[in-house]
Every structure is written in structure tokens, then in C-alpha cells.
Design a protein around this ligand. Structure first.
Ligand SMILES: C[S@@+](CC[C@H](N)C(=O)[O-])C[C@H]1O[C@@H](n2cnc3c(N)ncnc32)[C@H](O)[C@@H]1O
Length: 224
């Protein structure tokens, strides 16, 4: 199936952001936290950067699971950041270790060589410049930093799109179904992600399917 880019890069419409925040991503967000845990079996301590944090569920879960983590969470959409700030405010111990930053990646204002882990979930298929995203990951990370980026993988054909929608979005509101369908069409395939990583000098990272619909890029940058 040919790739069809998302109609808009940012999710800055308040109704769309609210519908996304209310949708059930428990399984995939838990998978992300588990994969991050595998990269840090003894727990993570240090600074993490989450690119395209959306309504903030993943950085909040990570901050809960790793009490020595400080996380900068970036999104270009103020509608998403507003939801994330409100969600975190309910847990002051967690909120104190989270910073919500508005930036559109790639953004030269982001700190470079600063982070012990660089993360993103479901951002890659949204960005207009995927190699620019991977360069941002590379530049933001310290030598030896962990990288974990998960996203949908584009299905082989429309039949597979419908199968995944029926399996994972049954009963979801129309807006969520529309966005899920668009995301599956906009997603990349494992081979395409490997090419992007090579173009950004990150060919050492692994790329693999981690569920029936998700791929993940993971590993560590060279220690320097
Ligand atoms: C599908 S959502 C994923 C949100 C979150 N990571 C999660 O897993 O729930 C993608 C998010 O990336 C943001 N986004 C898209 N392109 C971006 C860019 N170039 N820079 C920063 N944020 C971007 C959107 O506004 C949206 O909040």
C-alpha cells in the first residue's frame, strides 16, 4: 500500500486533541513503558526527552515508573500541551519532574548533547521531515544515550487496515477512527525507517515490529 501523508502535521484542533486524549491507548502506552524498562533494567535515572508528547500519558507513566527521571516533553500543539499540563497537575510528585515545551521538530532551539534518553511515540508518521526528526534525536542525545521511538507500521493493503481497525478501534468515536485510519496510511514500514536512520547517521539502532501494528526503533548511541 502506498503511503498517504497525514492531512496535518500538528494535532492543534482542541476537539481532535480531546478525542485523542480520551481514546484508549492503554495497551500501546504500556508496551512503550515496558520497552523503555527493557533498555533500563535497573531503572532509569537522568534526563529524557519525549518528542511529540501529545496529551502526556507516556511521560507521566514514565515519570511514575522511574522516580529519578526528569522528562522534557515537547509538542508543537498547544491544545495537546494544555491537556498534558492538566493531567500531570493531579500528581505533584510527578509534575515536578516534567517540563512541557512547545516546539515543532526539527527545532534548533532544543538542547543538544543533553539527554540520557530520547523518546517518541506515534510522532514519526506525523512529521513532514522524518530524517530531520532522526537528526534531532541524534543531536539531542548524549553519547551512550538510549533511544526508543515507537510508531504504527503501514499495513500491506486496505484489507489489513480494516482488520486492524476492527480489532483495535471497535466502538471508538468517529474522530478517533478517522485519525487511526489516516495514521495507518501515513505510517512507514520497517525498511523505510531503516533508510531514514541511515540517512541521519543512526544505522546502529534496531528497527523491529513489536506488535501486530507497531514498529519500534531502539538501542543506544555510541558511547563516544
Ligand atoms: C499521534 S500524536 C502522539 C502523541 C503521544 N506521543 C502519544 O503517544 O500519545 C502525535 C503528536 O505529535 C505532535 N506533532 C506532530 N508533528 C510534530 C512536530 N513536527 N513537532 C512537534 N510535535 C509534533 C502532534 O501535535 C501530536 O500531539
Amino acid at each position: 500500500m502506498r503511503r498517504t501523508p497525514e492531512p496535518a502535521e500538528l494535532m492543534d484542533d482542541p476537539a481532535q486533541a480531546r478525542a485523542y486524549a480520551d481514546a484508549d491507548f492503554d495497551a500501546s502506552n504500556a508496551l512503550f513503558v515496558a520497552l523503555f524498562g527493557r533498555l533500563h533494567p535497573g531503572g532509569f535515572r537522568g534526563r529524557a526527552l519525549d518528542l511529540g508528547c501529545g496529551p502526556g500519558d507516556i511521560p507521566i507513566r514514565l515519570a511514575r515508573a522511574h522516580p529519578d527521571a526528569a522528562i522534557d516533553a515537547v509538542d508543537g500543539a498547544e491544545a495537546m500541551l494544555a491537556i498534558a499540563r492538566r493531567a500531570a497537575a493531579a500528581e505533584p510528585q510527578v509534575a515536578a519532574r516534567l517540563r512541557w515545551l512547545r516546539a515543532i521538530v526539527p527545532d534548533p532551539a532544543l538542547e543538544t548533547g543533553a539527554y540520557d534518553a530520547v523518546l517518541s511515540n506515534s510522532l514519526l508518521h506525523h512529521v513532514g521531515d522524518p530524517v530531520g526528526l532522526w537528526r534531532t534525536v541524534r543531536d539531542a542525545a548524549r553519547p551512550g544515550a538510549a533511544v526508543l521511538a515507537m510508531d504504527l507500521a503501514r499495513p500491506a493493503d486496505e484489507g489489513e487496515v480494516e482488520r486492524l481497525l476492527a480489532l483495535h478501534a471497535v466502538g471508538a468515536p468517529d474522530l478517533v477512527l478517522r485519525d487511526f485510519r489516516a495514521s495507518l496510511h501515513a505510517a512507514y514500514r520497517v525498511e523505510e525507517v531503516r533508510e531514514q536512520l541511515a540517512a541521519a547517521g543512526l544505522a546502529g539502532l534496531e528497527v523491529a515490529m513489536v506488535s501486530d501494528r507497531h514498529l519500534a526503533v531502539y538501542g543506544r548511541l555510541p558511547a563516544g
